[in-house]
Design a protein around this ligand. Sequence first.
Ligand code: ATR
Length: 272
Amino acid sequence: HLTLKLIGYPIKHSLSPWIHHTFIERSGIEGSYSLHEIPSEEVFEEEINKLREAKVNGFNITVPYKQTIIPYLDRMDVTAERVGAVNTVSLEGDKWVGYNTDGIGYVQALRDKFPDMDRNIDVSILILGAGGAARGIFHGLIQAGYNDLTLANRTKTKCEDIVKGYQASVITLEEAEENLAAYDVIIQTTSVGMNEAKQIVDLANLRKDTIVSDIVYQPLDTPFLNQAKEKGGRTHYGHLMLLYQAQKAFEIWTGQPIDVTGMDEEMIARIK
Ligand code: ATR
């Protein structure tokens, strides 16, 4: 029996249990995936110890604890190490191993929707934002071999911190807005647009057929993606990163590939 958990706060409305229950069903493996809410940092250690004692096989860890968990791990894989955050923990032998599947999950989500992304690692990619999500996506793209990356953020120094040691450009949001037509793929990673009618940049200068991706999925139709559609962009919705990071996590826990066919549409129906 595979015992899996989701740790974070708040997580009550998370779609992860539905995603992983679907995976469990599809895989034929006997297992469970349940919420383990940790309401504050003060009780984090105590709650983590409970999971260790219970010998849970694995767990996802989400906001605000993706970094808090690190001192409790025995090992981290290279990607998690580079990103400096963990979203998946797996019990391997008696060791807790930390992974970060956000970036590779995101890249897989992009490639599944736009197969031309698969063939062309020279596409010019603009990442808007420089928070935890941007860092994960940046490393996912680097790892997949994409070599023309640009970061733009309100606070420019945060971009410089992310790209340190890698070949990538850093620009301001104003420069991004002006030069939008230079990019084949634009990825919005900030919380701007979440439950609000705001956009991180105006897409007036967008080139037709550009892939425009927003990781916000509440709402799915963000102002950013709506404008992208109007301008003839190819849109990529925020729930896909959630779905594919979960796929990669489940594959780590089980060692088996898992098919996500049809889950995209069902997630959309559940979010709307
Ligand atoms: P996450 O870990 O979810 O990516 P985060 O680390 O809090 O979240 O990062 C939030 C991102 O959204 C940052 O890039 C932030 O810009 P700053 O680094 O300048 O703070 C960006 N962001 C949030 N609100 C914003 C706003 N109103 N305008 C522009 N950028 C905003």
